[in-house]
Write a protein that binds this ligand. Structure first.
Ligand SMILES: Nc1ncnc2c1ncn2[C@@H]1O[C@H](COP(=O)(O)OP(=O)(O)OP(=O)(O)O)[C@@H](O)[C@H]1O
Ligand SMILES: [Mg+2]
Length: 419
């Protein structure tokens, strides 16, 4: 006798009790369930499927499942309800369907095949799981994640800008302390110096009548003149120190940067030639007049010529020492100047010993020096930094140990306009 094997669903349904149980389960599961006959038409629809699609059971039964496909374009990152999906078992993700009210939904499908009643074809049981919300949250999470990453990058940038500002502030703080110290020392030294000079002058005058015509006359007057001129030199240094710390703009004027560089070079030219050091000028073409309205290519800046000269002297003497330290007995200093918008940029490049990272990091610190006692005070660069800060200028080092150093000085044409 031949027995036909029924698939479990049919087997349950063939039994009256079982059919009631099947119906109860089918009706109350929270996932949407639809069965398709062997022609791919909708046969059974549970209430969860009605709720998910917005269609009534009576509207769906007999229709092909593809009637649930969106009428217009598929939403991005979804697939269509292709008929081949129902001819093989499996799980299919990100399928687009359209509700009766036109709202698109994204569903994951699980398809199970069961043999049909008459051996031909098979019945498909399709379980729908609505993942629209899940997908929306996933997308939101991805957007939030990338927003967070961008914010993090922005934060890192701000952090490093903050660090640079902090470094500048620390340097500015050191300069302020140094300025106060210099002003104090200048004041303290000036008093005794003036009395030394006064007494020397009086003594010269008093003694001259006593020793006139004696063999010590010439010797004594030379000695007194030396004392007085030494005191004058010291007074000049003291007044220089005072100008470093002064804030007023009274000594400011329009200066041609090239002229100031030349003045500085004049002061040290003998020291350079005696060490076999050649100076190369590499100035871009610029206009000549030293005034505010000399045009865009004017190399003029509003500043104190003596202080700027001091900066250039410091840079030249540093280059001189760095070249001398190579022991070659010769070297080259290249000075370039060019106008860059509202700034004039001056570069001092040398082929001296260069600086390691540690020296570079400390070079602007007051009293930092790598030179032997008596040769360097470690003040040149910190004073230069202070002078340039006052006019909103800047100074930077580019250096490689064993190769040489370049100092880049940027001077605003008119610091008053920068606020
Ligand atoms: N062109 C350079 N090449 C190599 N090292 C340099 C150069 N300029 C400065 N330095 C380094 O930076 C340090 C600090 O320079 P800074 O001009 O402030 O002081 P100093 O030259 O040592 O002394 P001072 O300028 O008071 O005579 C120097 O001792 C040196 O180590
Ligand atoms: Mg120096």
């Amino acid at each position: 006798m031949q027995t036909r094997k029924l698939h479990p669903l049919r087997a349950v349904r063939s039994d009256h009790d079982g059919e009631a149980k099947f119906k109860a389960v089918f009706e109350c599961v929270s996932d949407a369930l639809i069965t398709l006959d062997s022609d791919g038409r909708i046969e059974l629809v549970n209430p969860a499927a009605e709720e998910m699609t917005g269609f009534l059971k009576s509207e769906l039964v007999g229709q092909p499942l593809s009637s649930l496909s969106p009428k217009a374009k598929l939403p991005s990152r979804t697939r269509a309800l292709a008929p081949e999906i129902f001819s093989s078992e499996g799980t299919y993700e990100d399928i687009a369907i359209e509700r009766k009210d036109g709202y698109p939904r994204v569903v994951d499908l699980s398809v199970r095949l069961m043999p049909g009643e008459n051996a031909e074809g098979s019945i498909s049981v399709v379980l729908f799981r609505d993942v629209t919300e899940k997908k929306r949250m996933e997308r939101e999470l991805i957007t939030k994640h990338s927003e967070l990453r961008n914010a993090f990058v922005e934060l890192e940038k701000m952090n490093s800008a903050l660090k640079a500002t902090q470094d500048t502030l620390v340097q500015a703080g050191k300069m302020a302390a140094l300025g106060e110290l210099a002003a104090g020392i200048a004041h303290e030294l000036n008093q005794p110096l003036m009395s030394i000079r006064g007494y020397a002058q009086e003594l010269e005058y008093g003694l001259s009548s006593v020793i006139k015509g004696t063999p010590v006359e010439g010797e004594a007057s030379v000695g007194f003149r030396e004392i007085i001129s030494g005191a004058d030199k010291m007074a000049k240094i003291i007044s220089h120190l005072r100008t470093f710390t002064r804030k007023s703009t009274e000594d400011f004027e329009w200066v041609d940067v090239r002229t100031t560089v030349e003045e500085a070079l004049k002061m040290v030219s003998r020291q350079l030639t005696s060490r076999g050091i050649e100076v190369v000028r590499d100035y871009e073409p610029m206009s000549d007049s030293a005034s505010a309205d000399a045009g865009k290519d004017s190399p003029c800046v509003y500043g104190n010529p003596l202080q700027l000269e001091q900066v250039f002297i410091n840079l030249t003497t540093n280059a001189r020492d760095a070249i001398e330290a190579t022991g070659r007995g010769s070297g080259k200093i290249t000075i370039s100047a060019r106008v860059e918008g509202l700034f004039v940029e001056v570069r001092f490049r040398d082929d001296g010993i260069g600086m390691g990272e540690k020296t570079k990091a400390k070079a602007f610190n007051p009293f930092f020096t790598t030179k032997e006692v008596g040769k360097g005070m470690g003040l040149g660069l910190s004073l230069s930094y202070g002078i340039l800060s006052k006019i909103h200028g800047s100074i930077q080092i580019q250096s490689e140990e064993g190769k040489g150093t370049e100092f880049v000085v940027r001077l605003p044409k008119d610091f008053r306009e920068l606020g």
